[in-house]
Write a protein that binds this ligand. Structure first.
Ligand SMILES: [Zn+2]
Length: 267
């Protein structure tokens, strides 16, 4: 599924993409849709057929071999490049030794997150955030992990996806939150600058971003569909938020089924 920010205050735009199929999901709102999984899963990296998907879309050999599937991607502060044990040093040079952005977002309340400089605002849309604010730019992925660890003393780093999908999210003053957190974590940030250099961790002067989603009606109760349990998912499309399709019959997280061969029919 591809999500793009809406132009000029419009809600985000969602497109379903699988094989040759491309469906404008915003245009399907309020209409019955049916998603069918054929039973096949193809690894998103090498394309080989796999019985089970690992780390949301990889075959087992890729899951064990690729740097992008290593635990240090989820926990960047555990980067082991300098120990000489990186799974793919050349890949790391291109992806980890690049500027990363530390941001505050409001997906189900205040949270902190990190992303590659180039992946803003895709990352926020993926998480269903209604507001986001980049606060710091750091020189590498590992450093972004250290900064995130520091912020986690004060702020959550996860989204309560049920609250996010129910639309029960109050707007926040992210600029005030940023100023409060930067002041509170000042000595921790100073220690990181001492270690990595003054230039390594820069405060950004960005403006907060508001994000809107195409939702006709939020669900009151969350029921999840799962292709592994039932390969056909049907219902009227009531909304799109984060990586979720909200149907009147339940919600489905399409990110979780990356690599699954799924077709979509809209009535
Ligand atoms: Zn593979």
């Amino acid at each position: 599924m591809a999500i793009e920010p809406g132009a000029g205050g419009e809600p985000a735009h969602y497109a379903f993409r699988a094989g040759d199929q491309r469906v404008d999901l915003n245009a399907c709102l309020g209409r019955p849709v049916r998603l069918t999984w054929s039973g096949a899963i193809a690894c998103t990296h090498c394309g080989r057929a796999t019985k089970k998907s690992f780390a949301q879309g990889y075959c087992y050999p890729c899951f064990k071999k690729l740097a992008q599937c290593d635990t240090c991607i989820i926990k960047p502060e555990t980067c082991h490049f300098f120990a000489g044990t990186c799974r793919e040093p050349a890949w790391a040079e291109r992806h980890c030794f690049q500027p990363h952005v530390v941001y505050l977002a409001n997906s189900s309340g205040l949270k902190v997150g990190i992303t590659r400089g180039t992946q803003v605002p895709t990352r926020w849309l993926d998480q269903g955030a209604i507001q986001a604010l980049p606060i710091l730019e750091v020189a590498t992925r590992q450093q972004s992990g250290f900064v995130e660890m520091l912020f986690k003393e004060e702020v959550a780093d996860r989204t309560n996806w049920r609250a996010m999908l129910k639309g029960e999210v109050e707007p926040l003053d992210l600029v005030a939150e940023r100023d409060r957190l930067l002041a509170r974590l000042d000595s921790g940030l100073a220690a990181l600058r001492e270690r990595f250099g003054d230039e390594a961790i820069r405060v950004l002067e960005a403006a907060p971003v508001a994000l809107d989603y195409p939702v006709l009606e939020f669900p009151r109760k969350i029921v999840s569909h799962n292709f592994d349990k039932r390969p056909v998912v049907e219902g009227t499309l009531m909304g799109l938020k984060g990586q979720y399709l909200i149907l009147d019959s339940g919600v489905i997280n399409l990110r979780k089924f990356t690599g699954y061969e799924v077709t979509l029919e809209a009535a």
